[in-house]
Write a protein that binds this ligand. Structure first.
Ligand SMILES: [Zn+2]
Length: 271
């Protein structure tokens, strides 16, 4: 799973917002622990389409591999359309699993065919983007489709260019200030939200503006599950509660091995 940093205004990025990895891991741990522990099938099963072994779902084929009854359902006030860049693997997306949570979620790959109309709003801090609180009640009621762009910052440019050519009057929504609970912090700002986080907060803001008393926590079901799986498997493997430190050590070992291999290759060339 990659962090998606397009939901922030990068011009407002501040170095001072950086925190360290351990701190971010602890923040994530605290955040996810407010949701109940998820108990899904522990074994990997074969995807009927690609025949590969997966736990819970095969995102490549879009197949759910556990009993539907184990997965909560989320009722959305507005349909969700996830536009996913085909250069990114579905498996890395935080947003695509949302389609197992609601029939109102549609996933399309870009480039590809898609139709927007005046009731379609794209969640993106475009120069024309508005906060939901800036819209009139009539405008908010007119939102019938919410589009989330699911790709890296670099790929967003191509998607936006295509959309603005096809729909010059496209409407955009931007989010208020949030911080990510994505557990691998890396070098981004805390304001860089994962796509599913952006979607979650957008529905919260929409419902607040529409006076709808609803909870969308289950939109984060698979996001929490991924975090839970990651911490559990590492704990099991290493038997150490300080999971984060071990992930870092593992990463360093892999990096070192790669560098060694590169040096060896260069050395062989010289010989
Ligand atoms: Zn498959």
């Amino acid at each position: 799973m990659h962090i998606r940093d397009k939901y922030i205004d990068r011009q407002n990025f501040k170095e001072s917002e950086k925190i360290d990895n351990q701190e971010q891991f602890n923040r994530a741990n605290e955040f996810f622990s407010q949701f109940p522990k998820i108990d899904l099938q522990a074994e990997k099963v074969r995807c009927p389409k690609c025949n590969l072994l997966h736990k819970v779902y095969c995102l490549k084929c879009g197949e759910l591999l556990v009993n539907k009854e184990l997965i909560p359902k989320v009722e959305l006030p507005v349909n969700l359309f996830i536009l996913h860049h085909n250069k990114e693997k579905h498996q890395k997306s935080s947003a695509i699993p949302a389609k197992f949570l609601s029939d109102q979620v549609e996933v399309k790959d870009f480039p590809g065919e898609f139709e927007f109309d005046e009731h379609t709003y794209i969640l993106y801090p475009h120069q024309n983007a508005k906060y939901i609180k800036e819209l009139s009640q009539e405008e908010i009621q007119g939102i019938k489709k919410l589009v989330a762009i699911d790709c890296t910052w670099h790929q967003t440019g191509a998607i936006l260019e295509t959309i603005s050519k096809k729909y010059p009057n496209q409407k955009f929504l931007k989010l208020e200030d949030y911080q990510t609970y994505f557990w691998r912090y890396q070098h981004h700002s805390l304001k860089c939200l994962a796509t599913i986080e952006a979607i979650y907060y957008c529905y919260q803001e929409y419902s607040k503006a529409m006076n709808i008393d609803k909870n969308y926590d289950n939109l984060l079901f698979f996001y929490k599950y991924t975090f839970q799986q990651m911490t559990e498997s590492i704990k099991k493997e290493i038997g150490n509660p300080n999971v984060y430190e071990k992930i870092e050590q593992k990463k360093q070992r892999i990096l070192q091995a790669k560098q060694d291999a590169k040096k060896e290759k260069q050395f062989k060339k010289l010989m």
